[in-house]
Design a protein around this ligand. Structure first.
Ligand code: MG
Length: 373
């Protein structure tokens, strides 16, 4: 099947889904949904599989994916058009939503069987319910619910998408061009995951692994005069603050790195580059909030945090409790799941010479269990 390229669409924002999680990032066993669908297609013998993803999540998809990943757009049509520009040339393109995870191999084979009969082959089913259109009951046998995957002649599809008319699938674009679309028998089980309640009907999906994921963060910042000192999002009275591009809250930076490490999402420097003017002088509380929002939208929940701050001065003993309380508030996590330690380094090294402060964080994340709502 080397003349058929597969394009999997995972660039949507999941606006209708609910749960505060993007459906492409639902965990299926030990892997995200999009990866499990891509591996399924590979298992069926497809060798050229590309995944179109949202721009902001591109680096995270790349970290998880053994498949090429391309940047999608704001709509399905724009995503396919952009993907076509980024993909290697291929005479046929099979396009499917990752949100249709339970489609069968038989359905794909049925589509491929007709590959040379029309510029577009699409699976479709008739509605089982009565259909009323503009207050009139219509003959439902004449109504088609068009599914994916759809197999397209790549060049025809490119022409069909040139104008950008807001088509909701490829078969509509190709038909609007005046080209033929061949509808083959679809599959009722190939349900598209749109709303959270659809999860009930998608019985091919394995519940998410409940294995904890650990991440480790470490950071150092040097002292500088004339700057407030921030640790764990609190201003701590001291003669010096810490130097850095942001407010240099070394403890929150270590925490953010621990969070990103546990999610497998890289590090703070990749997410918030220190040469980006947007982050100059920014409160690290803001950086933590953005990190948490990203992890939450991908389904991760913080389970436990253990941190150590290393400083010769100021003495942090009296600030440990307020700092833990602040972390508890920022992470929406019970106090008992947060542990903050402060230590000196007995006069040794850069911390001992009072040149700066170091911090470490050990974070445990767990994936929320969508199967037990
Ligand atoms: Mg830092």
């Amino acid at each position: 099947m080397s003349d058929i390229a597969v394009l999997l669409l995972a660039a949507g924002e999941s606006n209708r889904f609910g749960l505060g999680v993007k459906k492409q990032w639902l965990w299926i066993g030990e892997e995200p949904l999009w990866l499990s669908v891509a591996r399924k297609f590979r298992g069926w013998g497809f060798e050229r599989i590309t995944i179109a993803v949202p721009e902001r999540e591109l680096p995270f998809f790349r970290r998880y994916s053994e498949f090429p990943v391309v940047q999608g757009g704001a709509t399905r049509e724009e995503t396919v058009r952009k993907a076509l520009l980024q993909m290697e040339k291929s005479p046929h393109l099979l396009i499917s939503d990752v949100a249709r995870p339970c489609l069968s191999r038989e359905l794909v084979e049925r589509i491929l069987l007709h590959r040379d009969e029309a510029p577009c082959v699409a699976p479709a089913i008739t509605p089982p319910d009565t259909v009323v259109y503009q207050n009139e009951t219509v003959d439902r046998s004449q109504v088609l619910l068009v599914q994916t995957p759809q197999l397209c002649h790549t060049e025809t599809l490119k022409r069909a998408l040139e104008e950008g008319r807001g088509f909701t699938d490829e078969s509509s674009a190709i038909r609007a061009l005046g080209e033929r679309v061949l509808y083959v028998k679809g599959e009722r089980g190939a349900l598209k995951l749109t709303f959270a309640e659809d999860l009930r009907w998608l019985d091919c999906l394995t519940p998410p692994s409940q294995r904890g994921r650990s991440g480790y963060g470490f950071d150092v910042h040097p002292f500088t005069p004339d700057r407030p000192l921030y640790l764990c999002g609190l201003e701590i009275p001291h003669s010096h603050g810490l130097a850095g591009h942001s407010d240099a809250d070394v403890a929150l930076h270590a925490l953010i790195d621990g969070l990103l490490g546990a999610a497998g999402f890289g590090d703070i420097g990749e997410l918030f580059p220190d040469n980006d003017p947007r982050y100059k002088g920014i409160s690290s509380v803001q950086l933590l909030k953005e990190t948490l929002s990203l992890l939450t939208s991908c389904g991760f929940r913080v389970e436990q945090v253990d941190m150590t701050i290393m400083a010769e001065r100021p003495k942090l003993k009296e600030f440990k409790l307020p700092m833990e309380e602040r972390l508890s508030e920022l992470l929406s996590l019970e106090r008992g799941k947060i542990n903050l330690k402060a230590t000196t380094t007995e006069g040794l090294g850069f911390v001992g010479r009072e040149e700066g402060i170091a911090a470490t964080a050990l974070v445990t994340l767990r994936y929320f269990d969508w199967s037990r709502r």
